[in-house]
Design a protein around this ligand. Structure first.
Ligand code: NAD
Length: 540
């Protein structure tokens, strides 16, 4: 695939030269790709199709089949058949597939980057975060799964005579439903630990992420994943997404908090476990002793990566009043120079929003704030000359409680600035949200940074980083507190949730039977003494 569109612009007002640029050439995919990938979808030969669009132009880049509920049922049947043999293989054997997949993802990164960009509209450097994420998850679980899943011995009821072992059995078939914002990461990284734990997966990626998800699955096949183990179905969330989750032995859902509530209720009604990764209203606090240049540089990335369509991106900047003006000088200087565009190359700082619905939401939040008295320090406009859904990176000040963007997730390139007098006020403001996904604290004194971080009610808090330090630490859990979710991905929790613990306890001898010739009273006294000794030794 070649770079086709060269339209870039800074966020400053367009010059006459910008306006005279020729219209961008259409973005396209390799013409053989849609048919090849469609064959990977569980759908009938006469299935209806839907259009895959690129946000860069709003044009159609491929057509893919829509699955039916019957297809979903067949996907589950096939996945269950494949799962038995897979679970019988050793964890190390299963891990080899992930190591090969790691190499294939890196070897095919250019074509994956094109596809991610075309489907999501994001800048190439933001698409690259997805490549790193998948490669990191592959390596982490390939190397660590054996340890996470290995049987663990525990002290039995009667020491020596009882041997107790904890096993982690695969749950069966995991249903994965993901959003559109990270078409590679959010489609595949939750499936990988589920698979290595011995499960099969039925994956329903978002329709706006389907091409990338299918390409990722195609590479997983090439890495040696047994046929049938990972089934892909496509279609609307409320029919096909729901059908997938309603049949799952465990539900893995990523999306908005509103949908997450419904998903949780349906899983609860079936007494099936669920992991929910939901929305956020994340804050970054710059203390009065922070390195302001570094903080400003990182804040730009943390607010505007993937045009703010990142669950852990920053929508609230909390600034210590002593350094607020200096910080804003650095920050706004960088924001105003950001380049926007749809190039499939490395030169652009920020891409497009995904759809008209996202553009409407972002515009509504900014206009509502403006109308109610907020000041626009940077941005604040759509950029239709670049493509149908481009919107400038936008900084607001004076946002108050009556404005929609104060509490509601914008999920776009919009950040509001708040000034505080010290750490306590910053912590209270950071926690003044129902969400609890990600936070960031900036201070040269890392002890102070940790102290503040521990008081912020978020699943991840980065000190002197915005989001990548926590996201990229694959051994540590990642997820949301409050209305940002249930359960965690990454680390031990990110794989053990796909298993059920089983306690196998083997008894040698019959200690509860009174030995012949021993009076019942003597036997009872010696058992009680034994229990007291064990309690004293804190053995059980
Ligand atoms: P959404 O809730 O509208 O949809 C998410 C996915 O669920 C979509 O593919 C949708 O089609 C599907 N869906 C809708 N109704 C469903 C149902 N009843 N049953 C099953 N599936 C259904 O969210 P969105 O707009 O696609 O994504 C943006 C949201 O996702 C934001 O709130 C963002 O913060 C959140 N998000 C969270 C994380 C995280 O890791 N915490 C990651 C990415 C996105």
């Amino acid at each position: 695939m070649t770079d086709q569109l060269q339209t870039t612009a800074t966020t400053e007002t367009p010059t006459p030269a910008d306006e005279q640029r020729p219209s961008p050439a259409p973005h396209t995919v390799d013409p053989t790709l849609p048919a090849r990938l469609a064959a990977r979808v569980r759908a009938g030969a006469d299935a209806q199709t839907f259009d895959c669009l690129t946000p860069f132009t709003g044009g159609v880049i491929a057509k893919l089949p829509v699955s039916t509920v019957t297809d979903v049922e067949q996907a589950y049947d096939a996945a269950r058949d494949a799962q038995t043999g897979w679970a019988a293989r050793s964890v190390r054997d299963r891990a080899r597939v992930l190591l090969r997949y790691h190499d294939l993802i890196l070897a095919n990164r250019d074509d994956l980057l094109d596809l991610i960009q075309l489907e999501s509209g994001k800048a190439r450097k933001h698409a690259f975060e997805e490549i790193l994420d998948v490669a990191g998850i592959c390596r982490h679980y390939a190397r660590k799964a054996d340890d996470y899943l290995k049987p663990r011995k525990h002290l039995g009821a009667i020491p020596v005579l009882t041997q107790s072992t904890e096993l982690h059995q695969p749950r069966g078939v995991i249903g994965v439903v993901g959003p559109w914002n990270y078409p590679l990461s959010m489609s595949i990284t939750d499936a990988l630990p589920a698979l290595i734990a011995g499960n099969a997966v039925v994956l329903r990626p978002d329709e706006k992420a389907s091409l990338t998800a299918l390409r990722a699955v195609e590479l997983l096949d090439r890495a040696g994943l047994p046929k049938g183990l990972l089934q892909v179905v496509l279609g609307p969330g409320q029919t096909i997404g729901e059908a997938v989750l309603d049949r799952a032995d465990y539900v893995m859902y990523t999306g908005s908090t509103a949908t997450g509530r419904k998903v949780a209720q349906r899983a609860a009604a079936r007494l099936v476990g669920a992991s929910l990764e939901l929305g956020g209203k994340n804050a970054l606090y710059v203390a009065d002793d922070a390195n302001l240049r570094n903080a400003a540089e990182s804040a730009v990335r943390s607010c505007f990566s993937s045009a703010g369509q990142l669950c852990i991106s920053i929508e609230r900047l909390i600034l210590h009043e002593r350094i607020a003006d200096d910080f804003l000088k650095h920050f706004l200087g960088r924001v105003r120079k950001l380049t926007l565009g749809g190039d499939l190359s490395w030169g652009v700082d920020m891409g497009s929003l995904i759809s008209q619905a996202q553009l409407d939401r972002v515009t509504q939040h900014v206009e509502d704030a403006r109308a109610k008295g907020a000041t626009v320090l940077a941005g604040g406009h759509a950029r239709p000359e670049l493509g149908p859904y481009f919107y400038e990176p936008t900084v607001l000040e004076g946002v108050t409680s009556g404005m929609d963007c104060r509490m509601g997730e914008t999920f776009g390139p919009v950040v509001a600035v708040y000034r505080v007098s010290g750490d306590e006020e910053a912590i209270a403001l950071a926690n003044d949200t129902n969400y609890g996904l990600n936070g960031s604290v900036w201070s040269k004194d890392t002890r102070r940074g940790r102290r503040v971080a521990e008081q912020i009610r978020c699943g991840t808090v980065n000190v002197n980083e915005g989001y990548i330090a926590a996201w990229g630490s694959n051994g540590s859990p990642m997820g949301g507190m409050g209305e940002s979710g249930l359960g965690r991905r990454h680390g031990a929790e990110g794989i053990l949730k796909y298993t059920e613990s089983q306690n196998i306890s083997v008894q040698h001898g019959t200690p509860f039977k009174i030995p012949p010739g021993v009076p019942e009273k003597v036997w009872a006294r010696s058992m009680a003494t034994g229990m007291r000794v064990m309690k004293g030794m804190r053995l059980s």
